[in-house]
Design a protein around this ligand. Sequence first.
Ligand SMILES: Cc1cc2nc3c(=O)[nH]c(=O)nc-3n(C[C@H](O)[C@H](O)[C@H](O)COP(=O)(O)OP(=O)(O)OC[C@H]3O[C@@H](n4cnc5c(N)ncnc54)[C@H](O)[C@@H]3O)c2cc1C
Length: 209
Amino acid sequence: MEFTDRSKVRRLPLRGSNEWADICAILDAAFLAHVGFVVDGQPFVIPTLYGRREATLYLHGSAASRMLRQLEQGIAACVTVTLVDGLVLARSAFHHSMNYRSVVAFGTARKIQEESAKEEALRVVSEQVLAGRWNDVRLPTAKELKATSVLSFEMEEASAKVRTGPPKDDAEDYALPIWAGVLPLSLQRGSVIPDPLLTAAVPPPDYVK
Ligand SMILES: Cc1cc2nc3c(=O)[nH]c(=O)nc-3n(C[C@H](O)[C@H](O)[C@H](O)COP(=O)(O)OP(=O)(O)OC[C@H]3O[C@@H](n4cnc5c(N)ncnc54)[C@H](O)[C@@H]3O)c2cc1C
């Protein structure tokens, strides 16, 4: 992957990285992205699931999706992935911040036409969201596959940005009697809620426990 100026972190560059391993670690820890693209001068940023394999992010949705119909034409797109790790509470309002891991990737998408490649891409998305689920479900029929658009977004270049650690206050503010520190935040699994229409005696699979 070649990097140009557009993926060089300029604001607080010490938090930035173009290392492929850093980018992949963040992409693999998430499953929700925001896809940015411009149609007739109007920018859109649309949240969507994804699954990564090497430098490809697979996106899927209804064949009627405006986002997918635009992207499949190969227009320039930007995919952002964000993981929020905590609120950084400083002594001053100015130095409040967030702990986070994020990736910004630039590239273009193409539509996957071939049925088996489409199904494999859907498996990659499904496995990214909940590993193990794909093996248990009824797989898509030809009709369902037809109603689903699947795109492969090829990352041309990407950047990662990460903030960790305590607040960084101005030297004179450390003496102030104001609590400061980090309030960690994370996305956590809750307890499963069985579908009321679930046939009796079907136990929850291990991957939701
Ligand atoms: C959860 C979260 C909350 C944030 N809140 C704020 C906020 O309230 N205000 C604020 O100003 N900033 C916030 N940021 C940081 C913000 O994402 C930008 O990094 C920052 O605003 C600098 O923007 P810029 O366009 O000047 O970046 P530049 O450094 O000029 O951007 C150049 C290139 O660096 C890369 N880059 C920039 N930011 C990121 C990023 N976050 N992740 C990966 N690559 C990146 C991109 O490739 C971009 O094209 C937040 C980030 C996260 C993840």
